[in-house]
Design a protein around this ligand. Structure first.
Ligand code: G6P
Length: 494
Protein backbone atom coordinates (compact mmCIF):
# COMPACT_ATOMS: atom_id res chain seq x y z
CA UNK A 1 0.00 0.00 0.00
CA UNK A 2 1.38 3.37 -0.97
CA UNK A 3 0.65 6.58 0.93
CA UNK A 4 -0.69 9.76 -0.60
CA UNK A 5 -0.46 12.43 2.08
CA UNK A 6 -2.55 15.52 1.44
CA UNK A 7 -2.21 18.73 3.45
CA UNK A 8 -2.64 22.44 2.95
CA UNK A 9 1.10 23.05 2.90
CA UNK A 10 3.82 20.95 1.38
CA UNK A 11 6.59 20.14 3.87
CA UNK A 12 8.95 22.29 1.80
CA UNK A 13 7.96 25.74 0.68
CA UNK A 14 8.97 27.76 -2.34
CA UNK A 15 10.77 30.84 -1.06
CA UNK A 16 12.25 33.67 -3.13
CA UNK A 17 15.97 34.16 -2.46
CA UNK A 18 17.66 37.55 -2.17
CA UNK A 19 18.53 37.70 -5.84
CA UNK A 20 14.95 36.86 -6.84
CA UNK A 21 15.36 33.17 -7.67
CA UNK A 22 13.00 30.56 -6.15
CA UNK A 23 14.29 27.86 -3.87
CA UNK A 24 12.85 25.19 -1.58
CA UNK A 25 13.07 25.51 2.19
CA UNK A 26 11.65 23.35 5.01
CA UNK A 27 8.28 24.57 6.26
CA UNK A 28 7.40 24.94 9.96
CA UNK A 29 4.43 24.00 12.18
CA UNK A 30 3.39 20.85 13.99
CA UNK A 31 1.92 19.04 11.03
CA UNK A 32 4.93 19.14 8.73
CA UNK A 33 7.42 18.58 11.56
CA UNK A 34 5.60 15.40 12.53
CA UNK A 35 4.99 14.03 9.06
CA UNK A 36 8.25 14.85 7.30
CA UNK A 37 10.17 11.91 8.83
CA UNK A 38 7.24 9.58 8.12
CA UNK A 39 7.29 10.03 4.36
CA UNK A 40 11.08 10.32 4.39
CA UNK A 41 11.12 6.76 5.78
CA UNK A 42 8.33 5.18 3.74
CA UNK A 43 8.25 7.09 0.47
CA UNK A 44 5.00 7.96 -1.28
CA UNK A 45 3.52 11.22 -2.43
CA UNK A 46 2.69 14.47 -0.67
CA UNK A 47 0.14 16.80 -2.21
CA UNK A 48 -0.11 20.40 -1.03
CA UNK A 49 0.19 24.10 -1.66
CA UNK A 50 3.73 25.11 -2.63
CA UNK A 51 3.97 28.21 -0.42
CA UNK A 52 3.58 30.83 -3.19
CA UNK A 53 0.49 31.87 -5.13
CA UNK A 54 -0.01 30.93 -8.78
CA UNK A 55 0.58 34.60 -9.69
CA UNK A 56 3.93 34.71 -7.88
CA UNK A 57 5.15 31.33 -9.04
CA UNK A 58 3.26 30.13 -12.13
CA UNK A 59 5.31 26.95 -12.53
CA UNK A 60 5.69 25.48 -9.05
CA UNK A 61 5.65 21.93 -10.46
CA UNK A 62 8.98 22.58 -12.11
CA UNK A 63 10.58 23.68 -8.85
CA UNK A 64 9.47 20.47 -7.12
CA UNK A 65 10.20 18.08 -9.98
CA UNK A 66 13.34 16.50 -8.50
CA UNK A 67 11.77 15.99 -5.09
CA UNK A 68 11.66 12.20 -5.40
CA UNK A 69 15.43 12.07 -5.73
CA UNK A 70 16.09 14.76 -3.15
CA UNK A 71 13.68 13.76 -0.36
CA UNK A 72 12.71 10.15 -1.15
CA UNK A 73 9.09 11.02 -1.93
CA UNK A 74 7.28 12.99 -4.55
CA UNK A 75 5.98 16.49 -3.88
CA UNK A 76 2.90 17.40 -5.91
CA UNK A 77 1.89 21.05 -5.81
CA UNK A 78 -1.66 22.38 -5.94
CA UNK A 79 -1.66 25.83 -7.53
CA UNK A 80 -3.88 28.44 -5.86
CA UNK A 81 -4.44 32.04 -6.84
CA UNK A 82 -4.04 34.85 -4.31
CA UNK A 83 -7.82 35.28 -4.15
CA UNK A 84 -8.33 31.56 -3.50
CA UNK A 85 -5.71 31.58 -0.75
CA UNK A 86 -7.42 34.55 0.81
CA UNK A 87 -10.91 33.01 1.02
CA UNK A 88 -9.86 29.42 1.71
CA UNK A 89 -6.78 29.77 3.90
CA UNK A 90 -6.90 33.17 5.61
CA UNK A 91 -10.71 33.20 5.53
CA UNK A 92 -12.51 29.92 6.15
CA UNK A 93 -9.60 27.95 7.61
CA UNK A 94 -7.99 30.58 9.80
CA UNK A 95 -10.72 33.11 10.59
CA UNK A 96 -13.48 30.56 11.14
CA UNK A 97 -12.36 27.00 11.84
CA UNK A 98 -9.14 27.85 13.69
CA UNK A 99 -10.65 30.10 16.40
CA UNK A 100 -13.88 28.09 16.66
CA UNK A 101 -12.16 24.72 17.09
CA UNK A 102 -9.94 26.29 19.76
CA UNK A 103 -13.09 27.41 21.64
CA UNK A 104 -12.45 31.09 20.87
CA UNK A 105 -15.87 31.80 19.36
CA UNK A 106 -15.74 35.63 19.62
CA UNK A 107 -12.62 35.65 17.45
CA UNK A 108 -14.37 33.89 14.54
CA UNK A 109 -15.40 35.92 11.50
CA UNK A 110 -18.26 33.96 9.92
CA UNK A 111 -18.06 35.78 6.58
CA UNK A 112 -20.45 33.84 4.28
CA UNK A 113 -18.20 34.25 1.21
CA UNK A 114 -15.48 32.11 2.79
CA UNK A 115 -17.42 28.85 2.47
CA UNK A 116 -17.54 28.97 -1.35
CA UNK A 117 -13.77 29.50 -1.48
CA UNK A 118 -13.28 26.58 0.90
CA UNK A 119 -15.38 24.28 -1.28
CA UNK A 120 -13.65 25.33 -4.50
CA UNK A 121 -10.18 24.76 -3.09
CA UNK A 122 -11.12 21.42 -1.54
CA UNK A 123 -12.38 20.40 -5.00
CA UNK A 124 -9.07 21.48 -6.53
CA UNK A 125 -7.25 19.22 -4.06
CA UNK A 126 -9.62 16.34 -4.95
CA UNK A 127 -8.85 16.82 -8.66
CA UNK A 128 -5.12 16.66 -7.95
CA UNK A 129 -5.60 13.49 -5.88
CA UNK A 130 -7.53 11.88 -8.73
CA UNK A 131 -4.69 12.72 -11.09
CA UNK A 132 -1.97 11.01 -9.04
CA UNK A 133 -3.54 8.33 -6.77
CA UNK A 134 -3.98 4.65 -7.71
CA UNK A 135 -6.84 2.47 -6.41
CA UNK A 136 -4.68 0.61 -3.90
CA UNK A 137 -3.23 3.79 -2.35
CA UNK A 138 -4.34 5.17 0.96
CA UNK A 139 -5.24 8.83 0.54
CA UNK A 140 -4.49 10.40 3.89
CA UNK A 141 -5.83 13.93 4.25
CA UNK A 142 -4.61 16.18 7.07
CA UNK A 143 -6.15 18.95 9.06
CA UNK A 144 -8.92 21.46 9.13
CA UNK A 145 -8.19 23.07 5.78
CA UNK A 146 -9.29 19.98 3.89
CA UNK A 147 -12.31 18.52 5.68
CA UNK A 148 -14.33 18.53 2.47
CA UNK A 149 -11.97 16.53 0.26
CA UNK A 150 -13.68 13.13 0.65
CA UNK A 151 -17.03 14.68 -0.29
CA UNK A 152 -15.46 16.20 -3.40
CA UNK A 153 -13.88 12.83 -4.25
CA UNK A 154 -17.22 10.99 -3.93
CA UNK A 155 -18.95 13.66 -6.04
CA UNK A 156 -16.42 12.79 -8.72
CA UNK A 157 -17.29 9.09 -8.48
CA UNK A 158 -13.88 8.15 -7.02
CA UNK A 159 -13.61 4.97 -5.00
CA UNK A 160 -10.36 5.54 -3.19
CA UNK A 161 -9.57 4.54 0.37
CA UNK A 162 -9.47 7.73 2.41
CA UNK A 163 -8.42 8.67 5.92
CA UNK A 164 -8.43 12.00 7.71
CA UNK A 165 -6.48 13.22 10.69
CA UNK A 166 -7.37 16.41 12.57
CA UNK A 167 -4.27 17.98 14.10
CA UNK A 168 -6.23 20.61 16.03
CA UNK A 169 -8.88 20.04 18.72
CA UNK A 170 -12.46 19.17 17.87
CA UNK A 171 -14.70 21.52 19.88
CA UNK A 172 -17.48 20.59 22.30
CA UNK A 173 -21.05 20.48 20.98
CA UNK A 174 -22.18 23.93 22.14
CA UNK A 175 -19.19 25.54 20.43
CA UNK A 176 -19.49 23.51 17.22
CA UNK A 177 -23.18 24.43 16.96
CA UNK A 178 -22.19 28.04 16.27
CA UNK A 179 -20.73 27.10 12.89
CA UNK A 180 -23.17 28.14 10.15
CA UNK A 181 -21.94 25.17 8.02
CA UNK A 182 -22.10 22.64 10.88
CA UNK A 183 -24.12 20.05 8.93
CA UNK A 184 -21.97 20.29 5.81
CA UNK A 185 -18.77 19.92 7.85
CA UNK A 186 -20.05 16.92 9.83
CA UNK A 187 -21.28 15.18 6.67
CA UNK A 188 -17.94 15.89 5.00
CA UNK A 189 -16.01 14.19 7.79
CA UNK A 190 -18.31 11.17 7.61
CA UNK A 191 -17.34 10.72 3.94
CA UNK A 192 -13.85 9.52 4.96
CA UNK A 193 -13.26 5.83 5.78
CA UNK A 194 -11.29 6.64 8.91
CA UNK A 195 -11.30 9.85 10.95
CA UNK A 196 -8.58 10.33 13.53
CA UNK A 197 -8.41 12.83 16.38
CA UNK A 198 -5.59 13.66 18.75
CA UNK A 199 -7.29 12.80 22.04
CA UNK A 200 -10.22 10.99 23.57
CA UNK A 201 -11.71 14.38 24.37
CA UNK A 202 -11.77 15.40 20.69
CA UNK A 203 -13.21 12.06 19.58
CA UNK A 204 -15.87 12.27 22.26
CA UNK A 205 -16.81 15.81 21.22
CA UNK A 206 -17.12 14.71 17.60
CA UNK A 207 -19.30 11.73 18.42
CA UNK A 208 -21.52 13.88 20.59
CA UNK A 209 -22.04 16.30 17.69
CA UNK A 210 -22.86 13.40 15.34
CA UNK A 211 -25.31 11.91 17.84
CA UNK A 212 -27.16 15.18 18.27
CA UNK A 213 -27.08 16.60 14.77
CA UNK A 214 -27.26 13.38 12.75
CA UNK A 215 -29.38 10.94 14.80
CA UNK A 216 -29.71 8.59 11.80
CA UNK A 217 -26.02 7.67 12.18
CA UNK A 218 -25.55 4.56 14.34
CA UNK A 219 -22.62 4.80 16.71
CA UNK A 220 -20.96 1.87 18.42
CA UNK A 221 -17.66 1.37 20.15
CA UNK A 222 -15.54 1.31 23.20
CA UNK A 223 -11.89 2.13 23.69
CA UNK A 224 -9.84 4.00 21.12
CA UNK A 225 -11.60 3.21 17.84
CA UNK A 226 -15.36 3.51 17.22
CA UNK A 227 -17.60 2.54 14.31
CA UNK A 228 -20.20 4.81 12.75
CA UNK A 229 -22.81 3.51 10.29
CA UNK A 230 -25.08 5.50 8.05
CA UNK A 231 -27.12 3.50 5.52
CA UNK A 232 -24.59 1.39 3.65
CA UNK A 233 -21.61 3.46 4.71
CA UNK A 234 -19.39 2.53 7.61
CA UNK A 235 -16.42 4.43 8.95
CA UNK A 236 -14.10 4.33 11.91
CA UNK A 237 -13.38 7.12 14.30
CA UNK A 238 -10.55 7.05 16.79
CA UNK A 239 -8.02 8.94 18.89
CA UNK A 240 -4.36 8.74 17.89
CA UNK A 241 -2.10 11.16 19.79
CA UNK A 242 0.57 12.35 17.39
CA UNK A 243 4.21 12.56 18.41
CA UNK A 244 7.71 13.38 17.23
CA UNK A 245 10.70 11.45 15.92
CA UNK A 246 12.01 11.09 19.46
CA UNK A 247 15.15 9.13 18.55
CA UNK A 248 15.95 11.65 15.82
CA UNK A 249 15.63 14.59 18.23
CA UNK A 250 17.70 12.76 20.81
CA UNK A 251 20.47 11.91 18.32
CA UNK A 252 20.68 15.48 17.14
CA UNK A 253 20.71 16.85 20.67
CA UNK A 254 23.68 14.60 21.53
CA UNK A 255 25.89 15.99 18.77
CA UNK A 256 28.97 17.78 20.12
CA UNK A 257 28.10 20.89 18.06
CA UNK A 258 24.73 21.06 19.83
CA UNK A 259 26.35 20.61 23.24
CA UNK A 260 28.72 23.48 22.41
CA UNK A 261 25.88 25.75 21.27
CA UNK A 262 23.88 24.88 24.40
CA UNK A 263 26.89 25.78 26.55
CA UNK A 264 27.11 29.15 24.75
CA UNK A 265 23.43 29.84 25.42
CA UNK A 266 23.93 29.04 29.09
CA UNK A 267 27.11 31.10 29.33
CA UNK A 268 25.10 34.17 28.31
CA UNK A 269 23.00 33.76 31.47
CA UNK A 270 25.62 32.98 34.13
CA UNK A 271 24.24 31.65 37.38
CA UNK A 272 20.63 31.90 36.28
CA UNK A 273 17.99 29.34 35.41
CA UNK A 274 16.69 29.26 31.86
CA UNK A 275 13.00 28.96 31.13
CA UNK A 276 12.22 28.30 27.47
CA UNK A 277 9.07 29.03 25.50
CA UNK A 278 8.77 28.27 21.79
CA UNK A 279 5.47 29.11 20.15
CA UNK A 280 4.10 30.14 16.82
CA UNK A 281 2.92 33.71 17.24
CA UNK A 282 -0.71 32.68 17.57
CA UNK A 283 -3.43 33.82 19.96
CA UNK A 284 -4.17 30.19 20.91
CA UNK A 285 -0.69 29.83 22.41
CA UNK A 286 -1.48 31.94 25.46
CA UNK A 287 1.55 34.21 25.17
CA UNK A 288 0.08 37.26 26.99
CA UNK A 289 -1.03 35.05 29.88
CA UNK A 290 2.40 33.38 29.99
CA UNK A 291 4.14 36.76 30.11
CA UNK A 292 1.77 37.95 32.85
CA UNK A 293 2.55 34.81 34.83
CA UNK A 294 6.27 35.47 34.52
CA UNK A 295 5.74 39.09 35.63
CA UNK A 296 3.73 37.82 38.62
CA UNK A 297 6.58 35.48 39.58
CA UNK A 298 9.11 38.33 39.52
CA UNK A 299 6.83 40.66 41.50
CA UNK A 300 5.83 38.13 44.14
CA UNK A 301 9.28 36.61 44.52
CA UNK A 302 11.82 39.42 44.15
CA UNK A 303 14.55 36.96 45.15
CA UNK A 304 14.05 35.41 41.68
CA UNK A 305 15.02 38.64 39.94
CA UNK A 306 18.44 38.25 38.34
CA UNK A 307 18.26 34.49 38.82
CA UNK A 308 15.92 33.40 36.06
CA UNK A 309 15.58 34.32 32.38
CA UNK A 310 12.71 33.52 30.07
CA UNK A 311 13.89 32.86 26.54
CA UNK A 312 10.74 33.27 24.50
CA UNK A 313 11.06 32.30 20.87
CA UNK A 314 8.09 33.26 18.75
CA UNK A 315 7.82 31.93 15.24
CA UNK A 316 6.18 34.42 12.86
CA UNK A 317 2.88 33.07 11.58
CA UNK A 318 -0.12 34.05 9.42
CA UNK A 319 1.11 37.62 9.25
CA UNK A 320 -1.45 38.67 6.63
CA UNK A 321 -4.36 38.08 9.01
CA UNK A 322 -5.23 41.26 11.00
CA UNK A 323 -5.91 39.36 14.25
CA UNK A 324 -2.33 38.06 14.16
CA UNK A 325 -0.90 41.52 13.59
CA UNK A 326 -2.84 42.87 16.59
CA UNK A 327 -1.64 39.96 18.66
CA UNK A 328 1.99 40.65 17.80
CA UNK A 329 1.59 44.25 18.92
CA UNK A 330 0.18 43.07 22.26
CA UNK A 331 2.96 40.52 22.85
CA UNK A 332 5.71 42.99 21.86
CA UNK A 333 4.26 45.57 24.24
CA UNK A 334 4.12 43.15 27.17
CA UNK A 335 7.70 42.00 26.63
CA UNK A 336 8.81 45.64 26.52
CA UNK A 337 6.88 46.47 29.70
CA UNK A 338 8.28 43.54 31.68
CA UNK A 339 11.85 44.11 30.54
CA UNK A 340 11.39 47.81 31.30
CA UNK A 341 10.17 47.05 34.80
CA UNK A 342 12.86 44.58 35.90
CA UNK A 343 16.03 44.95 33.80
CA UNK A 344 19.04 45.88 35.87
CA UNK A 345 22.80 45.28 36.16
CA UNK A 346 23.14 43.53 32.82
CA UNK A 347 20.22 41.14 33.43
CA UNK A 348 17.00 41.37 31.41
CA UNK A 349 14.22 38.98 32.43
CA UNK A 350 13.03 38.10 28.91
CA UNK A 351 15.08 37.33 25.85
CA UNK A 352 12.60 37.65 23.02
CA UNK A 353 13.47 36.06 19.70
CA UNK A 354 11.12 36.63 16.77
CA UNK A 355 12.10 34.07 14.15
CA UNK A 356 11.82 30.44 13.17
CA UNK A 357 14.40 28.02 14.60
CA UNK A 358 15.35 24.73 13.01
CA UNK A 359 17.87 21.93 13.31
CA UNK A 360 20.83 22.17 15.65
CA UNK A 361 20.00 25.70 16.81
CA UNK A 362 16.59 24.53 17.99
CA UNK A 363 18.11 21.48 19.68
CA UNK A 364 20.64 23.66 21.48
CA UNK A 365 17.86 25.71 23.10
CA UNK A 366 16.06 22.54 24.18
CA UNK A 367 19.28 21.16 25.64
CA UNK A 368 20.12 24.37 27.44
CA UNK A 369 16.73 25.01 29.06
CA UNK A 370 16.16 24.09 32.73
CA UNK A 371 12.42 24.46 32.31
CA UNK A 372 10.09 24.40 29.28
CA UNK A 373 7.03 26.59 29.72
CA UNK A 374 4.31 25.41 27.33
CA UNK A 375 1.00 27.07 28.12
CA UNK A 376 -1.39 27.17 25.14
CA UNK A 377 -5.00 28.12 25.86
CA UNK A 378 -5.93 25.08 23.80
CA UNK A 379 -3.82 22.95 21.49
CA UNK A 380 -4.42 19.81 19.42
CA UNK A 381 -1.28 18.15 20.78
CA UNK A 382 1.65 20.59 21.12
CA UNK A 383 4.83 19.00 19.85
CA UNK A 384 7.18 21.50 21.52
CA UNK A 385 6.49 19.74 24.82
CA UNK A 386 7.47 16.37 23.34
CA UNK A 387 10.47 17.76 21.46
CA UNK A 388 11.79 19.23 24.72
CA UNK A 389 11.50 15.86 26.50
CA UNK A 390 13.27 14.07 23.64
CA UNK A 391 16.02 16.70 23.27
CA UNK A 392 16.85 17.60 26.87
CA UNK A 393 19.22 14.68 27.04
CA UNK A 394 20.97 15.32 30.34
CA UNK A 395 17.68 14.46 32.03
CA UNK A 396 17.55 17.33 34.51
CA UNK A 397 14.57 19.32 33.30
CA UNK A 398 11.04 20.36 34.18
CA UNK A 399 8.09 20.58 31.81
CA UNK A 400 5.31 23.00 32.75
CA UNK A 401 2.40 22.14 30.49
CA UNK A 402 -1.08 23.50 29.89
CA UNK A 403 -3.81 21.07 30.82
CA UNK A 404 -5.54 22.16 27.60
CA UNK A 405 -2.78 20.86 25.34
CA UNK A 406 -3.53 17.42 23.88
CA UNK A 407 -0.13 16.30 25.21
CA UNK A 408 -1.38 16.67 28.80
CA UNK A 409 -3.13 13.30 28.58
CA UNK A 410 0.11 11.41 27.92
CA UNK A 411 2.52 13.60 29.87
CA UNK A 412 0.47 14.08 33.05
CA UNK A 413 2.66 11.56 34.90
CA UNK A 414 5.76 13.79 34.75
CA UNK A 415 4.77 17.36 33.86
CA UNK A 416 3.58 20.16 36.12
CA UNK A 417 0.14 20.75 34.68
CA UNK A 418 -1.34 24.24 34.79
CA UNK A 419 -4.44 26.12 33.75
CA UNK A 420 -2.97 28.76 31.41
CA UNK A 421 -5.74 31.23 32.26
CA UNK A 422 -4.74 31.06 35.93
CA UNK A 423 -1.83 33.50 35.87
CA UNK A 424 -1.11 33.09 39.59
CA UNK A 425 -1.21 29.29 39.28
CA UNK A 426 1.32 29.38 36.44
CA UNK A 427 3.56 31.74 38.44
CA UNK A 428 3.38 29.29 41.34
CA UNK A 429 4.22 26.34 39.07
CA UNK A 430 7.25 28.30 37.86
CA UNK A 431 8.34 28.89 41.44
CA UNK A 432 7.92 25.19 42.20
CA UNK A 433 9.91 24.24 39.10
CA UNK A 434 12.69 26.70 40.00
CA UNK A 435 13.03 25.38 43.54
CA UNK A 436 12.39 21.65 43.01
CA UNK A 437 15.18 19.40 44.31
CA UNK A 438 17.29 17.76 41.62
CA UNK A 439 16.21 14.22 42.53
CA UNK A 440 12.53 15.05 42.03
CA UNK A 441 13.26 16.86 38.77
CA UNK A 442 15.18 13.94 37.38
CA UNK A 443 12.60 11.34 38.44
CA UNK A 444 9.72 13.20 36.77
CA UNK A 445 11.75 13.94 33.70
CA UNK A 446 12.73 10.29 33.34
CA UNK A 447 9.03 9.40 33.15
CA UNK A 448 8.47 12.03 30.50
CA UNK A 449 11.38 10.87 28.40
CA UNK A 450 10.26 7.26 28.61
CA UNK A 451 6.74 8.14 27.47
CA UNK A 452 7.94 10.23 24.54
CA UNK A 453 10.46 7.59 23.50
CA UNK A 454 7.87 4.80 23.61
CA UNK A 455 5.07 6.74 21.98
CA UNK A 456 6.94 8.25 19.07
CA UNK A 457 5.79 9.30 15.61
CA UNK A 458 6.44 5.85 14.12
CA UNK A 459 4.20 4.19 16.64
CA UNK A 460 1.53 6.79 15.89
CA UNK A 461 1.86 6.04 12.20
CA UNK A 462 1.72 2.32 12.74
CA UNK A 463 -1.40 2.56 14.92
CA UNK A 464 -3.18 4.86 12.50
CA UNK A 465 -2.35 2.71 9.47
CA UNK A 466 -3.50 -0.44 11.27
CA UNK A 467 -6.83 1.25 11.96
CA UNK A 468 -7.01 2.28 8.29
CA UNK A 469 -6.29 -1.31 7.27
CA UNK A 470 -9.21 -2.62 9.34
CA UNK A 471 -7.46 -4.50 12.12
CA UNK A 472 -9.09 -5.78 15.30
CA UNK A 473 -10.41 -2.94 17.43
CA UNK A 474 -8.98 -4.40 20.62
CA UNK A 475 -5.43 -3.83 19.32
CA UNK A 476 -5.55 -0.14 20.02
CA UNK A 477 -3.92 1.51 22.99
CA UNK A 478 -6.15 4.06 24.64
CA UNK A 479 -4.65 7.14 26.26
CA UNK A 480 -6.97 8.21 29.05
CA UNK A 481 -8.14 11.79 29.20
CA UNK A 482 -6.52 14.29 31.52
CA UNK A 483 -9.02 15.46 34.13
CA UNK A 484 -8.02 18.27 36.55
CA UNK A 485 -10.17 16.82 39.34
CA UNK A 486 -8.30 13.52 39.30
CA UNK A 487 -4.98 15.32 39.49
CA UNK A 488 -5.98 17.77 42.22
CA UNK A 489 -4.64 15.51 44.96
CA UNK A 490 -1.13 15.51 43.52
CA UNK A 491 0.83 16.33 40.39
CA UNK A 492 -0.85 19.56 39.39
CA UNK A 493 0.47 22.87 40.61
CA UNK A 494 -1.42 24.23 43.64
C1 G6P B 1 -0.93 24.08 13.16
C2 G6P B 1 -1.86 23.40 12.18
C3 G6P B 1 -1.12 23.07 10.89
C4 G6P B 1 -0.42 24.29 10.35
C5 G6P B 1 0.49 24.90 11.40
C6 G6P B 1 1.18 26.17 10.90
O1 G6P B 1 0.04 23.19 13.61
O2 G6P B 1 -2.41 22.25 12.73
O3 G6P B 1 -2.01 22.57 9.91
O4 G6P B 1 0.31 23.98 9.20
O5 G6P B 1 -0.28 25.20 12.54
O6 G6P B 1 0.25 27.12 10.45
P1 G6P B 1 0.21 27.64 8.98
O7 G6P B 1 -1.08 28.38 8.86
O8 G6P B 1 1.40 28.52 8.82
O9 G6P B 1 0.28 26.47 8.04
Amino acid sequence: MSLVVVSNRLPFAAVRGESGEWQIEPGSGGLVTALRPVLGNRGGRWIGWPGATAEELPDAAELFQHSQKRFGYELVSVPLSAAEREGFYSGFSNEIVWPLFHDLVPLANFDPSYWAAYETVNERFADTILRVASPDDLVWVHDYHLMRVATALSARGASLRTAFFLHIPFPPLDVFLKLPWRFQVLHSLLDFDLVGFQTVRDRRNFIQCVRLLLPEVRVSGRGAVWTLRSGERELRVGSFPISVDAAGFERRARRPEVAARAAEIRAREPGGKLVLGIDRLDYTKGLPQKLEAFRTLLRRHPEMQGRVTLIQIVVPSREDIPRYQEHKTLVDRLVGEINGEFTRGGWAPIRYVHRSLEGERLSAYYRAADIALVTPLKDGMNLVSKEYCASHVDGDGVLILSEFAGAAAELQGGALLVNPYDVEGVAEALRMALTMPEGARRASFRRLRRTVRERDIYRWLDTFLRAAADHELSDYPLVADYLPAAAASGGAAR
